[in-house]
Write a protein that binds this ligand. Structure first.
Ligand code: SF4
Length: 238
């Protein structure tokens, strides 16, 4: 990634979108975008890294893992156009964090309420599995995003254990308090961590990732997802 420190979200997004630091992921995202899935063969795939989406001064951050090959890598917007996103945005709508329950493409009218969706890896990885080196290379983008939007954040919902580890790492690098022993990931796990406004000021919530692996098997149900996101939505109420 670029060594330049972005001063605004627009600069950050431009830097992310232009990033070609991971040769394997660049090859994969572009191959997928060229070959396409049959159902989307008439669409032009995004085929680039995917920036964050949502409020510029969010009270809530939702941290995923990485774009899906035929989801955000196709549409160019986090969690947009795949089954995980269908689950996530339907739930966010039910609990009052999204203006509509569906998310199909950029410009579909969806707006997030007091919430921003980000990911620790910005390019679609093969089998949804970035390597440790790729995760490390991409981490500074999340650090920059936290620096730019962190002042307003009161709650962070992390979808999955990989995002949990990445978020706590970014938190520490930002100089914010993370309790020891480090909070453990689990569905519904909760911890209070520090933020720009001092120790214990940000609520951290764990949630199973709404991947098909979890939703098809019943490991994650709609009520379970609504429960965690509903707790996060309480942040917006006085
Ligand atoms: S995964 Fe991150 S660091 Fe690697 S090419 Fe994509 S945006 Fe750049």
């Amino acid at each position: 990634m670029s060594a330049r420190r972005p001063a605004t979200l627009a600069e950050l997004d431009a830097g992310i979108v232009a990033c070609r630091s991971c040769p394997r992921l660049v090859r994969w995202r572009e191959k997928v975008a060229t070959e396409k899935r049959a159902a989307f063969r008439d669409e032009e795939y995004w085929g680039r890294p995917v920036p964050g989406f949502g409020a510029e001064e969010p009270a809530i951050l939702v941290v995923g893992l990485a774009p899906a090959a035929h989801g955000a890598n196709r549409t160019g917007r986090m969690f947009t156009g795949d089954r995980s996103g269908d689950w996530l945005f339907a739930s966010m709508h039910r609990v009052g964090l999204a203006t509509q329950p569906t998310s199909t493409h950029v410009g579909d009218g969806l707006e997030l309420i007091g919430t921003r969706v980000v990911a620790p890896v910005r390019c679609a990885p093969p089998d949804n599995k970035p390597t440790p080196t790729e995760k490390q290379r991409c981490a500074p983008w999340l650090d920059h995003e936290l620096r730019l939007v962190g002042a307003s954040v009161r709650c962070v919902v992390v979808l999955g254990s990989i995002g949990w580890a990445a978020t706590l790492g970014a938190w520490r690098r930002s100089g914010w308090e993370v309790p020891r022993p480090q909070p453990r990931f689990g569905h519904g796990a909760e911890a209070w961590v520090g933020g720009p406004h001092g120790p214990g000021t940000v609520r951290l919530l764990g949630c199973y990732h709404p991947s098909q692996q979890n939703t098809f098997t019943g490991r994650l149900t709609e009520p379970m997802l609504d429960d965690v996101l509903g707790r996060a939505a309480g942040t917006l109420r006085p």
